[in-house]
Design a protein around this ligand. Sequence first.
Ligand code: NAI
Length: 382
Amino acid sequence: MDTVLYIEGDGIGPEVWAAARPVIDEAVSKTYTDGRKLEWLELLAGQKAFDQTGDYLPQETLDALASGTIGMKGPLQTPVGGGFRSLNVTMRQVLDLYACIRPIRYFKGIESPVKRPDLVDMIVFRENTEDVYAGIEWASNSPEAKRLIEFLRDEMKVDVDLDAGVGIKPMTSMRSKRLVRKALQHAVDNKLPSVTLSHKGNIMKCTEGAFRAWGYEVAAEEFAETVMTETEAGNGGSKPVIIKDRIADALFQNVLMYPEQYSVIATTNLNGDYISDALAAQVGGLGLAPGVNMSDQIALFEATHGTAPTIAGKDMANPGSLILSGAMMLRHIGWGEAADRIENAIETVIASKKVTVDLASQIEGATTIGCKAFGEQILANL
Ligand code: NAI
């Protein structure tokens, strides 16, 4: 029995959970005859936690996650009002969930803006803790920005306008390498053909360029048996995985034009944010986009959408993203057959054209059904 720590989440969280969990449990019990099952242990976070404890993110929840190994969470609303940090960001920082991993694949039947969405089968490994995205910044004309700019002008002799807003982009060898290491390991373990480092190293040489160099270093130092560069491959090398790099803007073009050339993408925080959503759009958008945030200890699986407040409580949400996150979790613990069963069932239901409203708008001739009914359809087709 494996224990899954779970957070229900705000907004559409309770609805998508109610539809998703029976599917995940049934897939396991239908697939295995050895009696294995998941044990679910609820942790409080978000509005539900506040209502019961007066705290949006109780220490008890963080402690439980810090000592756990697998978790699943619904979306959490950032509480409105002064002084609250995003609960998601807090969790990522406190638990050092340094890798945000999002697989992108196509389900037959969805109308896509690209010609060959069936060729899109990628997985993005995005660094989650540093880069300009980490939020170290000061507003234009603030005393902090002015002080920093004065230092830059006086001591470093660089010309920055005194009234600029400024942000810092830290990128380290340790954090870049552990992310690329995870991506390479994933490619090797899953027999995937390539890992592409995506960066803007042509312009930001000391940060993005360093990410690229550190990425190649990990490959050479730790994966010499299994990973080779494109140059080595061109010289007749034969190892299972190729590591290559692409400048981020070029990669955005390439994934549209030659999706079959890309498999695992390892990238920095901000580039990763953009490419994850762009790829999700190629195959049908957020309703079918699963993900996980991982440290070396815990994997916290989550739907990549938010709380969708305007449709919350209306039985309109698509539970597919959470269900697919469940499939990803099953694969992570080695129960891949149950994960396949879930993905096949989703494909069957999409082909039947009875789907939630977000998907119905992308499938010609579709009938709209509710969140609950969509979950039941998937369950019936396991
Ligand atoms: P959102 O993802 O909640 O909504 C964006 C759009 O997608 C809306 O039109 C919504 O109705 C639709 N949508 C989202 N999920 C859907 C689903 N499962 N089925 C059908 N339609 C769906 O993003 P938004 O509006 O920017 O954020 C709302 C709240 O969610 C905010 O408080 C934000 O902080 C939080 N949020 C939490 C995340 C998390 O917990 N990982 C991620 C993103 C946002």
